[in-house]
Design a protein around this ligand. Structure first.
Ligand SMILES: C[C@@]1(CC(=O)O)c2cc3[nH]c(cc4nc(cc5[nH]c(cc(n2)[C@H]1CCC(=O)O)[C@@](C)(CC(=O)O)[C@@H]5CCC(=O)O)C(CC(=O)O)=C4CCC(=O)O)c(CCC(=O)O)c3CC(=O)O
Ligand SMILES: NC(=O)C1=CN([C@@H]2O[C@H](COP(=O)(O)OP(=O)(O)OC[C@H]3O[C@@H](n4cnc5c(N)ncnc54)[C@H](O)[C@@H]3O)[C@@H](O)[C@H]2O)C=CC1
Length: 209
């Protein structure tokens, strides 16, 4: 029985290899775009072809057999098995794991699960059902997405600015924490977020009081 836990990993400069260029391979390719993404498949969706032409992903046109996999996954941080063949996906995931590489299997029990993602700038909410109902993950994303507006992104930027200032001015971590929470709890700061300077001015009043 798997015991999944979420983590946020830096994918810039990582290599992600996706097997299968169908609708699922395309969705996973978009998800991992900050990485260097390779898609290996005998055919690709129109969108993947366009992403390949734009240089966003690298496409390799070939039908893979299990024996090819160890040679193809060398240097990858993560492998995604998203072909239409569940047995092939299982052997791709197993070969990747045997090589110490993280593996996502789109058609079976998967060591790595891709969540539904709500992303507002640097603020992210990842949703998973531990593989039990991907449709519920998507449903919850669609329900929760409108509740997270642009203001969370602006609040993250404001907190970042104030935190950096406080770190150089106030050595007591507990005192800094109290101020950052006072800012979060102040509706006037949230209201002022559309005007960056005014929100910062109101936030800094908490640092002075
Ligand atoms: C285990 C996991 C492994 C992984 O792929 O990482 C997995 C596995 C499988 N999904 C299948 C089907 C569907 N997947 C979706 C949608 C998403 N699937 C995603 C993730 C995951 N899917 C991981 C678990 C996530 C979790 O823990 O909740 C999302 C969240 C992320 C993404 O893929 O980007 C993305 C929503 C993105 C968004 O927010 O939009 C829909 C809904 C729809 O399309 O409307 C359906 C149709 C409904 C259905 O069939 O359930 C099948 C085929 C089952 C079959 O053949 O019957 C398998 C294989 C199996 O279960 O054996
Ligand atoms: N995990 C998830 O989020 C979801 C998974 N699925 C499952 O994922 C699988 C793929 O779904 P789709 O992309 O919609 O299917 P699809 O049939 O559109 O795409 C499959 C892709 O795999 C490629 N392929 C076939 N043989 C290959 C080989 N030997 N080597 C490399 N690539 C090969 C095909 O050329 C095609 O591009 C299906 O089995 C489906 O049930 C479906 C929905 C969501």
């Amino acid at each position: 029985m798997a015991s999944y836990l979420p983590l946020f990993l830096d994918f810039s400069c990582r290599k992600v290899i996706i097997f299968g260029g169908g609708a699922v391979g395309e969705r996973k390719a978009r998800y991992f775009l900050p990485a260097e993404v390779f898609v290996i498949s005998p055919s690709f969706t129109e969108c993947l072809e366009a992403m390949g032409a734009d240089g966003l992903v690298k496409l390799e046109r070939r039908a893979v057999v299990p024996g090819d996999v160890p040679g193809l996954v060398e240097g990858a941080f993560l492998v995604v098995a998203a072909t239409g063949d569940a047995e092939l996906n299982e052997s791709i995931a197993q070969a990747a794991e045997a090589a110490g590489i993280l593996a996502n299997n789109a058609t079976g029990e998967s060591p790595v699960v891709v969540p539904s993602l709500i992303k507002k700038g640097d603020v992210m909410v990842a949703i998973s059902t531990g593989g039990r109902s991907p449709a519920l993950s998507k449903y919850l994303r669609l329900k929760l997405e409108p509740a997270l507006g642009e203001d969370v992104e602006k609040m993250a930027a404001l907190q970042d600015r104030v935190r950096e200032r406080l770190k150089s001015q106030l050595p007591d971590q507990k005192a800094r924490e109290k101020i950052l929470w006072a800012i979060l709890d102040d509706p006037a700061v949230w209201d002022a977020l559309k005007e960056d300077d005014r929100a910062l001015e109101l936030a800094l009043r908490h640092a002075r009081s």
